[in-house]
Write a protein of this length. Structure first.
Length: 149
């Protein structure tokens, strides 16, 4: 959703670090890393203001720090593996008035596993969870299934 807004930073942080400018001096810096499954994800996610780290949100291993929990629901029946607070697939951000949206793909759809010819595709359903954190980097709500927001 917002991932295409990340810029390859040419300043203090250079590739594989990416920067997403938010507003009023706030920005997110993250590192693009291999997810070990043929794709890439973001790790070492930090919220900054004017060159100062406010808070690290995701560590170097992809663990979501200060994980706020989840709102349980029917979506959990479609999980193929237990839910853990680690980013392994897509991670995007967006800005609202005073909150930063955290959009986390827990499980990609089955096309993720397919090659150019469609071989390897499976029946997985995409599961995307969303939460928000404030300008101090503190989560304000548990993660919710994308259709429940």
């Amino acid at each position: 959703m917002f991932g295409n807004l990340f810029k390859r930073n040419r300043g203090k942080y250079s590739y594989p670090y990416l920067r997403l400018d938010l507003r009023e001096g706030y920005y997110i810096v993250c590192k693009e890393v291999s997810n070990g499954m043929g794709g890439y994800t973001k790790a070492e996610v930090g919220l900054y203001k004017d060159e100062k780290l406010i808070k690290q949100i995701v560590d170097e291993n992809g663990k979501i720090l200060d994980f706020p929990g989840v709102v349980h629901g029917d979506w959990e029946q479609d999980l193929e593996n237990p839910l853990t607070p680690y980013v392994r697939f897509s991670l995007d951000f967006g800005m609202t008035e005073n909150l930063i949206k955290f959009i986390w793909t827990v499980q990609p759809d089955g096309r993720y596993w397919a090659d150019e010819d469609g071989f390897g595709m499976d029946d997985s359903k995409e599961i995307v969870l969303r939460s928000s954190f404030d300008l101090d980097g503190n989560f304000t709500e548990p993660f919710k299934f994308k259709d429940s927001i």
